[in-house]
Write a protein that binds this ligand. Structure first.
Ligand SMILES: C[S@@+](CC[C@H](N)C(=O)[O-])C[C@H]1O[C@@H](n2cnc3c(N)ncnc32)[C@H](O)[C@@H]1O
Length: 328
């Protein structure tokens, strides 16, 4: 596959590359040697053959795990344009890989820096408060570096989010009128359902409850269930003994069931599951879903917009992959 000169520059080398290498390097925007561990272990996609673009539509790719932080950052920049203000809560805020500098809390905090003293006429940041929780002391130190740069807006809480969440769910800390987004980016079973309920109930009386963006493991969830020795952990995660039923559900059913719970049990107006992909062996898999629950009629549209933007590759060729197809 011949590369144009521009493509070679993007890829950081003039050598010809295989399609897989080319997309991997182009999407990460780094040379192969520079790629941090996440990108080395999670190659992007073993690509099917290029297909000629039927209608000149842009290239469409599944959203990969490496893009999750950017999805959240993009969504929030759209969200605050509508709300004009906001609070960001991150219950599991430490970087998944401490050596990868791109993680949600950091991207969001840096996307809209507080008004610098030297630029008094610049608009103040619309995201006014950040509450970042993290259990791991080493990762907490990374979050504290963000806090030291922006101590007025950023507050770091070390410890278990399930235990400490009530410290911010108080009107003197989190105003009931403040538009609030909460990321629940657990690894598998760490976020207890009682915590999700507390967040959802906090602004029950206001027009818009706290928006939630909840991580549901998909590809490795069956393995995680079989390794789960402590039944109480499963019960706390799902909020009842019905967690045993989840084991028997198909993968897409689990995402549907959570969407239903967000609407019917927690009272959200809208919920949607966004599949996030990774490579397992030679296949692209839905690694997990991010489930978005909101009361704002614009919110899901904005999330879809941010998600679709990540899927669109502005190349001149088109690649259509049906993300659902691999995961039936
Ligand atoms: C999947 S990572 C978060 C990834 C991050 N959002 C990113 O963009 O890279 C989950 C984080 O939650 C932390 N964690 C696990 N259990 C926790 C708990 N009960 N309370 C707070 N943090 C916890 C882990 O140490 C880990 O840093």
């Amino acid at each position: 596959m011949p590369l144009s000169q521009k493509d070679s520059l993007v890829a950081g080398s003039s050598k010809l590359r295989s399609p897989c290498q080319w997309v991997s390097v182009r999407l990460t925007g780094m040379s192969e040697d520079d790629r941090p561990r996440r990108f080395k272990t999670e190659h992007l996609f073993p690509l099917p053959k290029r297909q000629p673009s039927a209608r000149g539509k842009p290239l469409v790719l599944p959203v990969a795990t490496a893009s999750k932080a950017r999805l959240i950052e993009r969504y929030l920049s759209l969200f605050v344009r509508i709300t004009r203000h906001g609070t960001y809560i991150d219950g599991f805020a430490g970087p998944q890989y401490p050596d990868v500098d791109e993680y949600a809390a950091k991207l969001v905090a840096e996307s809209e820096p507080a008004r610098p003293l030297l630029h008094p006429f610049k608009e103040p940041a619309r995201l006014r408060h950040f509450y970042l929780f993290e259990k791991d002391a080493r990762k907490c130190e990374l979050l504290r570096q963000l806090e030291r740069k922006d101590p007025v807006r950023i507050n770091v809480f070390e410890g278990d989010f399930n235990q400490r969440v009530d410290e911010i769910l108080r009107p003197e800390t989190l105003k009931l009128t403040e538009a609030t987004f909460c990321l629940l980016d657990q690894h598998t079973f760490e976020c207890q359902w009682a915590t999700v309920e507390r967040l959802a109930n906090y602004k029950q009386a206001s027009e818009y409850k706290i928006e939630l963006f909840y991580f549901l493991a998909n590809w490795w969830l069956d393995r995680a269930f079989s390794g789960l020795r402590d039944e109480e952990r499963g019960r706390a995660w799902w909020g009842s003994d019905a967690w045993q039923d989840v084991i028997r559900m198909s993968r897409p059913q689990r995402a549907e069931e959570l969407k239903r719970r967000f609407r019917q049990e927690l009272g959200y107006q809208y919920s949607e599951a966004f599949p996030i992909h990774g490579v397992e062996g030679k296949d692209i898999r839905v690694m997990y879903y991010m489930i978005h629950a909101s009361d704002h009629p614009e919110a899901l549209k904005l999330m879809r917009r941010a998600y679709d933007k990540l899927r669109r590759h502005d190349g001149s060729t088109q690649l259509e992959l049906d993300p659902e197809a691999e995961d039936a």
